[in-house]
Design a protein around this ligand. Structure first.
Ligand code: NAG
Ligand code: NAG
Ligand code: NAG
Ligand code: NAG
Length: 340
């Protein structure tokens, strides 16, 4: 892999000074999951701006219909999923039976939902939901072990997705971290040829992906190295990769907004210091749960957990959509949102 290493555009110093520029003006609300499941990791809106949709720990993908209609079951990734065993489960030991849909992205051209299921691979399901269709479960003969995040180029029918590790499954994510595993891959599924191509390999904890607004590059989060890579798809640098930005903590999903900026989620687990909202305190870094960056990797905004852990724990994704900021979580039984 050709990796050039320019000076990182985001330094710790910038991180701290940017904290002074911005304090949270958001008023968050919770949407509790109802099933007993947790971990609404990734969020997506359909062609009619319906949703959000989210995949949870029991393997189901739900659609939020607003306070009046609540949650409704939309899709699952396995025909063999055992409803008695799985519904409402948050037991990681059942995930390989129930499925664990982590990455979601609607194809805005066809209104189909693409799903990265951690255990089963890449799927697609129509706008009417049901049992999703498997598109890919291996690449270069190597099984997808920990499929994670997905984004779509509707112009050329390319579906970009990550496989976090060739050796460990999602429930073994600590081993990916502690074992310093660097077997993650960036993959491309071609809708016409149905071929899967490996674009990058040897990534430490390959996680979120997000295409740029003009589709000339894709960003890839490396959770454990705490950096975001930029892989060029078009132009003179096509097929090369560079370090785009560094962060002070574990990175999860990346989502682009309509302006072409990116929200990068920083999973800092559970809030450790309930009282601190002090930019000089060492716990400040732990309170940063996401940052908004521009196409040069410069920080535009820092989202901190100033809410006593009530809304912004284990943050996996921040999605700016439909005039709201939506926040997903790796393991909480709710998602949060605020008007922007
Ligand atoms: C969500 O659940 C929490 C804890 O069970 C509860 O305190 C809160 O009122 C619920 N919020 C909503 C909006 O239902
Ligand atoms: C983890 O792997 C990276 C790159 O493969 C290496 O530079 C680093 O020293 C390793 N860290 C540990 C703790 O083994
Ligand atoms: C799929 O990819 C392989 C190797 O990458 C290539 O040889 C083959 O022609 C491709 N098939 C299609 C239908 O594009
Ligand atoms: C912020 O932290 C510094 C150093 O720990 C401390 O001296 C100061 O009183 C704190 N300020 C507030 C508002 O808590």
């Amino acid at each position: 892999m050709k990796t050039t290493r320019p000076l990182p555009t985001i330094s710790f110093v910038v991180f701290f000074s940017s904290l002074v520029l911005r304090s949270n003006a958001y008023k968050f609300h919770r949407i509790n999951l109802t099933s007993g499941a947790n971990g609404p990791e990734s969020l997506a809106f359909d062609c009619d701006e319906g949703g959000p949709y989210t995949g949870v720990s029991d393997g189901r993908i739900f659609k939020w219909g607003g306070r009046k209609h609540g949650w409704s079951e939309f899709a699952v990734t396995s025909q063999d999923r055992k409803r008695d065993l799985c519904d409402g489960s948050n037991d990681p030991k059942l995930e390989h039976i129930c499925g664990r849909p982590l990455g979601l992205q609607f194809n805005k051209a066809t209104c189909e939902l693409y799903i990265a299921d951690a255990y089963f691979g890449l799927f697609v399901v129509s706008r009417y939901g049901g049992v999703a269709t498997l598109l890919a479960s291996r690449a270069e003969g190597v099984p997808l072990r920990f499929t994670n995040s997905v984004d779509i180029d509707t112009d050329d029918g390319a579906v970009y997705f990550t496989d976090t590790s060739m050796y460990y499954q999602r429930r073994e994510f600590l081993q990916v971290i502690q074992g310093n595993d660097s077997s993650g891959r960036l993959l491309k599924y071609d809708m016409q040829s149905k071929n899967v191509t490996v674009l990058l390999r040897g990534l430490p904890f390959a996680n979120g992906v997000a295409l740029s607004k003009d589709h000339s590059y894709i960003l890839i989060a490396e959770t454990t190295s705490r950096q975001v890579l930029r892989y060029w798809l078009k132009g003179s640098k096509a097929n090369t990769v560079e370090v785009f930005a560094h962060f002070p903590s574990y990175i999860d999903n990346i989502r682009r907004n309509t302006k072409g900026e990116f929200w990068v989620a920083l999973n800092n687990g559970k809030r450790r210091n309930e009282k601190s909202d002090n930019v000089t305190s060492t716990s400040t870094e732990e309170n940063i749960v996401a940052t908004r960056i521009d196409e040069e990797g410069q920080i535009l905004e820092v989202l901190k957990d100033n809410y006593g852990g009530k809304y912004l724990e284990y943050v996996s994704e921040v999605l700016d959509a439909n005039g709201k900021l939506w926040v997903g979580s790796v393991r909480d039984p709710f998602l949060s949102f605020s008007k922007t």
